[in-house]
Design a protein around this ligand. Sequence first.
Ligand code: HEM
Length: 225
Amino acid sequence: MSVIKILKSTLFRKIIMSLTGLFIAFFLIIHLAGNLQLLLPFDRAHMQYNWYSHLLSSNILIEIIAILLYISFLVHIFNSIFITYENYKSNGTGLKKDTRGKISSWFSRNMGILGVIILLFLIIHLRDYWYLYKFKELPLDEQGNKDIFLIVYESFKQGWFVIIYIISFIALGFHLAHGIWSAFRTLGVYNKWYIKASKYLGIGFAILLCLAFALIPTIIYFQNL
Ligand code: HEM
């Protein structure tokens, strides 16, 4: 098989989807831990969150990992568009159909639409926070760090903004629940019991992560009513 053929093969694309997806899931754990600091008592949260954000953007190793993360997001998104297109083309022939199991069929059928909701969320999210933090002048806090805390905190005082976030986290939850299970299968988990275990691992991880993410804007919103 030529290199081009391997790169274009469905299996190779699925492996890439799995690896980038698992890397993004790992990032989400770290990102959640960082953002849970928003729920500390106000003054402490204010200083600590800004200090933490500064730490992340001033460390060369973390910057390199961040670049890997951006690449993973891009590859994951473009690859998914390509796979969807290929599946659409082969529809009816049964050629690309995954026949290893019928579990999670609702999730799998809706991975695309869930992905689109998450992509829209990401565009809004990165514009509101990441772009502002990296490329704009921001007021500084008492320690001289960019005050991203107040921007995030103020945005979660708006009900409509919190609702958009919660809807996105629900979509993320469904996407992760299926994605993690699917990634393990693609990466070689074939044993019936391991497949079951990875299914429950995916669902458990998705519920915990997305509930914890959703608690952040919800608590800030209700604290400020
Ligand atoms: C309550 C939930 C969340 C809060 C408060 C939050 C907050 C932030 C903030 C303030 C930044 C910019 C500053 C920084 O890089 O430290 C950021 C960056 C980012 N966020 Fe979030 N985030 C949340 C959830 C999410 C979710 C669910 C995703 C993915 C689906 C996500 C993806 C990203 C990405 C990819 C970046 C850029 C990372 C980087 O440059 O290192 N965030 N987030």
